[in-house]
Design a protein around this ligand. Structure first.
Ligand code: MG
Length: 405
């Protein structure tokens, strides 16, 4: 399938300019005295028109792109083409109406492409998913348009605002773009309809010559940016959202003669060390459980069974790293870790900094994001009597989520 994409970007944007917020970045060529249109204001740092065009990148069926822009912004529009990631985009003059702009582009489109897809330059949130759905649907039809079911109750109003009737919304759809039609059909509609330039969309043109148009319903938010408020709303929508969670972990190991004593991956010189299937590093075990707490994926015993010979005397760092890889695959990253080690002897004062740096290194954060605190138990209980070492950890993690798929 070969498609010509026509982007209608010829409007003056008078409604937008009226509400213009002067603080917005104006991507005007220095010295050019033109009235900027909404399509050149930044959305997440990129002009609206470039953002719109970029959404069609990677749709292999699109073989040609024509953008209808008013003559006074032609130079600006030309600069956007590489920004949007396209190598070549043909610019054609915008008309007095949207339909006239589309006609100007249609006349310049290649007859080799049997389909024409028309999209509003001011709908930058269009998704690849919706575009592909439209393309799939057009094969069984001469023309398709992207549409939304109408949710609100709609009233028909008569004289003096008197409600005449309630419109049955099951027969209503809100037309969006892109719309896609067979090129020859669209040409025919323009030629046969004497008032073609007044049509508000391509579907209306096909309707005017009695051709069927299929509505393709979808759920993605695809607003037309008309006012400054719309632009700000779109900006907020695109802003990645940060989700944060706190995970908790704790651990205790018996201290016995003849074992190496690891804490936070650092070897502490001492005649005793923690008994365990692995190296018995309570800090890293508690940290691993804390991360698993954020992920909601069980505990260290579920992941690394103490009956599994593969984990015999394993360095705890390896287990923590494996869990961190899983976290990263799910877009979770460690923000900070706060730990308390309970130990009667030896005193940890001299090792705390080294432990802090080591743990920070494993987590991939700065040392300031890792806290290592040591406590004795005043000779009370198993830890106080020197029979065990224990640890508690809180870990803060964050996840960046875009609202767009
Ligand atoms: Mg343990």
């Amino acid at each position: 399938m070969r498609i010509t994409l026509i982007v209608a970007a010829g409007g003056s944007g008078s409604r937008f300019n009226k509400g213009l917020n002067q603080k917005r970045t104006e991507l005007r060529r220095p010295g050019a005295r033109v009235q900027p249109t909404k399509l050149f204001y930044a959305l997440q740092g990129r002009p609206v028109l470039a953002e719109t065009l970029a959404k069609f990148q990677g749709i292999a069926e699109i073989k040609e792109v024509l953008v209808a822009v008013s003559r006074n912004v032609r130079a600006q529009a030309r600069m956007l083409v590489p920004v949007a990631g396209f190598r070549t985009v043909k610019l054609v003059p915008g008309g007095r109406t949207r339909a006239e702009s589309v006609w100007n582009a249609l006349r310049k489109s290649s007859p080799r492409n049997e389909w024409v897809m028309v999209h509003d330059g001011a709908r930058p949130l269009i998704t690849g998913r919706a575009i592909r759905k439209l393309i799939r649907s057009v094969r069984q039809s001469g023309g398709v348009l992207l549409a939304k079911k109408v949710v609100p109750t709609i009233k028909e109003i008569g004289a003096r605002d008197k409600v005449r009737r309630t419109v049955d919304r099951k027969f209503l759809a809100e037309a969006e773009t892109p719309q896609m039609v067979r090129r020859t059909l669209l040409l025919k509609a323009y030629r046969e309809n004497p008032r073609a330039f007044e049509a508000t969309d391509e579907a209306a043109l096909l309707e005017s010559i009695g051709k069927d148009v299929q509505a393709v319903f979808h759920e993605d938010w695809n607003p037309k940016i008309t006012s400054v408020q719309d632009l700000e709303q779109a900006e907020r929508f695109l802003m990645p959202q940060t989700r944060t969670r706190i995970g908790r972990g704790s651990d205790l190991h018996r201290l016995v003669e003849g074992r190496k004593f690891y804490l936070g991956g650092v070897e502490i010189p001492y005649p005793k060390g923690p008994l365990g299937h692995s190296d018995g590093d309570v800090l890293l075990h508690a940290l691993t459980d804390a991360v698993l707490g954020v992920l909601g994926k069980g505990d260290i015993g579920d992941w690394f069974s103490d009956r599994d010979p593969r984990y015999k005397n394993i360095r705890s760092e390896k287990m923590l790293r494996e869990v961190l890889v899983d976290a990263a695959r799910n877009h979770w990253t460690v923000d900070y870790a706060d730990s308390v080690i309970y130990l009667e002897e030896p005193k940890l004062g001299a090792y705390k900094k080294k432990i802090q740096e080591r743990v920070a290194g494993i987590l991939g954060v700065g040392p300031e994001a890792v806290s290592v605190k040591a406590k004795t138990m005043e000779k009370l209980g198993p830890v106080g009597e020197g029979l065990a070492v224990s640890c508690e950890v809180l870990v803060g993690m964050k996840k960046q989520e875009s609202q767009l798929s």
